[in-house]
Design a protein around this ligand. Sequence first.
Ligand code: ADP
Ligand code: ZN
Length: 765
Amino acid sequence: MARGQTPTLFDLEPLPAAAAPPVRRTGCFARVALNRPVPREFTYAVSPGLLAHAVPGARVAVPFGNRRSVGVIVELEHETEIPAARLKDVLDVLDDEPVVEGELLGLTRWIALRYACSWGEALAAVLPAPLKREGQRRKVPRIRAKAGLGAAELEELRAKHPEQLRLLRTLLELGGSMLLRDLLRNLRLSESPARSLRKRGWVEIDYVEEKPDPLLSSSTAKKVRPESLSPAQASALERVSARLVAREHATFLLHGVTGSGKTEVYLRAIEQALAQGRGAIVLVPEIALTPQTVGWFRSRFGAVSVLHSRMSDGQRLEEWRTLQRGETRVVVGARSAIFAPVRDLGVIVVDEEHEPSFKQESVPRYHARDVAVERARRAGAVCLLGSATPALESWYAAQIGRYELLSLPLRVGGGAPCKIDVVDMKRDGEKTRGAPLFSRVLLHHLGEVLKRKEQAILFLNRRGFVPVLYCAGCQTTVVCGHCSTALTWHRRIQRLVCHTCCQERDLPRACPTCSRPGLRDVGVGSEKVEHDLARLLPAARIARMDSDTMRRREDYEETLGAFERHELDVLVGTQMIAKGLDFPRVTLVGILAADQALNLPDFRSEERTFQLLAQVAGRAGRAHLPGRVIVQTTEPLQAAIVHGARVDYASMARHLEKSRLEHSYPPFVRLCRVVFEDQELERCVATTQRFELSLKDRFDAAGLSVTEAHPAPLALVRGKHRQHLLLKFPLDGALLERVLPWLMEECQNETRTDVKIDVDPASLM
Ligand code: ADP
Ligand code: ZN
């Protein structure tokens, strides 16, 4: 957490151990949680005029430092020892009814303790933005480029104004107007380049009423309710129903291959909960939250709320209120929908529960799957975690009986099993002459697919044209000056781009380190795949889907729509295309560099590689045409490739379990990562070492294991050096509960180096 500012109201509470015994006063006092990185709440007096509405869960305006802040009452007290002179008054109660009800209030407290943040920070994650401040919803700014601009203007910005260049170039490419907020978020820019461009008179910004979110409008997608369930579905549902009927909490891991009918089990469970007068939350990864997905739930349940991070503040608030009033009882959403104020919760579904995107990477760093289990437990609800490739943590929980395992081993209606070929790209003669990226067998089958008028998907998890430029002279790669990331050559825009901080620069003529001319290309990205393929198969209609081409949600829908209508033959893309796509005419899936992610310095790299392969493999042959998957790799004997190619989850799980046990990683320990960031390297290292020593001193004997301080894999990001510590805790959580408050306190005192605590980290980069 950013511990930059010291709390100004620290003197609100009495100092401990004063000589005179404290005087107790009676009255009404509110404990208020504020959205500050201070792990405590603050007490304010409630004047008689405000008593009627001052209840736990209501928002209040209070003085904090010199400012008026909005906080949430978490508790009312009738006595205090704080001297009257030090106690400030609640200025106003902002709600007639509490905005956060008891259940969510308790859950946010749990999040604060578990993920090491303040209660106020956890509450801030729950409340829609308009409720975090006072005031009304406004119109939103929209930006467009003035007519007639082009290459000349871009050239003018090129040398000195890279951020303005990126913004204007993107606007020109989009060719229309776009909400400023979305554009800046995509390009990871602040508002200042937009303002500068306006000063130049090159862009126009106007203010418009927000359009309703496209996901909120109706979609025609349907899941026809099948007459009968398969035997596996029926027995899974039976076990879920038993708990629903008894109104007992249970967490189920629903393990089923793609197309095995997991969604139908979710739908039936929700149907039963609704029949009991209860509600449901469905979490899906952001990328799978499409009109189609929402449509399935609407077609069954009528009014359904939607919540996700790309919605505007106003839209989120409206959905929130609708749920609170009980007008809708089902919500479908991404990560943060786990906090939706659904009344009388009966079921929580987490689809694709293994997805790392369920972990939030900013404070509070919660994992929505784990929050789902906790929320269900508190509500006496059923939690359904579904996946074809469960996270090892979930699998293990099912093995030891903490979760109940439900299996759907077969595709509904049989479905032709895929033929999976693993191609060893190191072997002679496998590569196509002049296009070493494509194996001959892949190219052959691509040709066949086109002849048969079917479709193919090619997957490469790296964007850009050439990911790395290497100098043979000094044996270095060209990196971004502000990050330790190799720069990627993007051919269309003719720029080198840092995929960590988004900064760009021109291609140097010679090595920036040793001035030797002739940099070598290493590796390929999705842009080059598209480019080479167009050359090899001139008749094919090809589109690329990655975050360079898919700037807007509509781009994504449009390209998928075109593919669905068979206006495209081949879709090339990054992980964006790996999930949730269901196209009956796709009979070939090529995975171009299956081992690419294997060597990342993260203990989950094998697991992720396996999941990706299994998932992509599930894309082919989903309907009546037989499918084929071609996996190109240089490490065909790696477990993730071998088991991934066979979609053999059980064998992979056994392999992972063994190595995690051996090296003490989850699920056999609890992990907490502490990241230190500082502009000054020496100070960064010193702070890290000081934390390391203190932690060892204090908690070594209690069973805490602390790795030696060392640079994070991304050792430099946006000009800040990064070091990290990995803490390993026994599973029972008791020690973790002792260490976290201590860590938070220390972070509080650390004003120079930025210290971030990440409990159960999803990534070690
Ligand atoms: P998953 O969520 O596991 O990928 P789905 O629930 O989407 O699988 O099911 C795959 C396909 O099978 C869908 O088209 C669905 O409508 C269909 N389906 C599911 N259950 C049945 C059933 N019991 N009878 C007939 N078709 C079914
Ligand atoms: Zn960078």
